[in-house]
Design a protein around this ligand. Structure first.
Ligand code: KIV
Length: 368
């Protein structure tokens, strides 16, 4: 891991072994101080965590504050210490009108970045079929592939709720098989919730999975696993019968006790009606701003999809440009022998170099 050596000096993810001093999490101190000794005895760290100063640290936590301090600092910015997100805390968010954030992530590094950025839910969506595996749609991705990616994401997530998407074919045929497959997400891959597409017609199945102690997220509206039945990726609920069906779907999932309901590709007005009707938190994607939360696909917000974005996608960065520039610069440096430099090379220890020179000199002398 190349991070300027900071991680070697500071264990970024270890917990403090001492009681929290008063003032912990003070909003002006935007860095968690696990150990002051490291800061005060290694002045070089101060510049690495600018703009937060040692003075701030000393003011809030004078050396006299006691406790067995470790030489560990976390650079994760905080206001309040972060709580683990659970199914119960999602409901709480809805109750208190606090927006819920969700992003897809499909591997260790992206899941860790999403989690550390404070997103509430990491969804290992079956959209990984396209974004990670290059399939044409979500129908081809297998249960084993979904479990593989969920396991990887799980290793990067500490605080967010981890939702694993049950792929097409893993829950439609047989209830017992569906429960067994859902249990694999929990047991083998660390998912805390499994997601199942479909509303009213899936309610009994969802009840059975919940009865098996596995929380379920619902997903209605434009459900990509039904692409062949829908005749394409079309916004759903645009006429009165469509609206009525969506309302029935949402109420059925609410009564079945799902953890949250993903609303995809439906008119804003319908999403607002559903959100007002059900006690379950709704999380929209292409469903307007009135849902209890919003989800987007990681690759969409970073321009990593090789396709024009859908109407609802907002791009927050251009990772494609960043990666292309970096890769081209590397290639050019190798082509022109600018990489690696001497400073980026390992060298023989002095004694070995001297000994080697003696051996080589002896060989040259013998050849003469
Ligand atoms: O697979 C996925 O990414 C999803 C979201 C779009 C909700 O199901």
């Amino acid at each position: 891991m190349t991070n300027g050596g900071i991680e070697q000096e500071l264990n970024l993810r270890r917990k403090p072994s001492f009681a929290r001093p008063a003032g912990w999490g003070h909003p002006s101190l935007r860095v968690q101080i696990w150990g002051l000794n490291a800061l005060s005895t290694n002045p070089g760290f101060a510049s690495k965590i600018a703009p937060w100063s040692i003075q701030d640290v000393d003011r809030l936590y004078p050396p006299s504050c006691g406790g067995a301090l470790e030489d560990i600092v976390s650079l994760v910015p905080i206001g309040e210490p972060r709580q683990k997100i659970t199914v119960a805390s999602l409901r709480d968010r809805k109750l208190h009108h606090q927006p819920i954030t969700c992003l897809t992530a499909y591997d260790y590094s992206s899941a860790r970045l999403v989690d550390e950025a404070g997103v509430d839910i990491v969804l290992v969506g079956d959209s990984l079929a396209q974004t990670m595996l290059g399939y044409e749609n979500t129908l081809s991705v297998t249960l084993e592939e979904m479990l593989h990616h969920t396991r990887a994401a799980h290793r990067g997530v500490k605080h967010a709720l981890l939702v694993g998407d049950m792929p097409f074919g893993s829950y439609q045929a047989d209830v017992n098989e569906a429960i067994r497959n859902a249990a694999r997400f929990v047991k083998e891959a660390g998912a805390e919730v499994v997601k199942v597409e479909g509303g009213e017609k899936r309610a009994d199945l969802i009840r059975r999975i919940i009865d098996a102690e596995i929380p379920v997220a619902g997903h209605i509206g434009l459900t990509p696993q039904s692409v062949n039945v829908m005749g394409g990726y079309k916004v759903q609920g645009k006429n009165l019968s469509g609206i009525e069906q969506l309302m029935r779907d949402a109420v059925a999932l609410d009564r079945a006790g799902v953890a949250c309901i993903y609303l995809e590709g439906i008119p804003r007005e319908v999403a607002a009606m559903i959100t007002a009707e059900v006690a379950t938190p709704t999380i929209g994607i292409g469903a307007g701003p009135d849902c209890d939360g919003q989800v987007l696909v990681f690759h969409d917000i970073l321009n990593l999809t090789f396709a024009p974005p859908a109407k609802f996608v907002r791009r927050y960065g251009d990772a494609a440009a960043l990666i292309t520039d970096a890769v081209q610069a590397f290639r050019a440096d190798v082509d022109t022998r600018l990489y690696p430099s001497d400073a980026e090379s390992y060298h023989l220890p002095k004694e070995t170099r001297t000994a080697l020179e003696t051996v080589l000199e002896r060989k040259r002398a013998m050849r003469r």
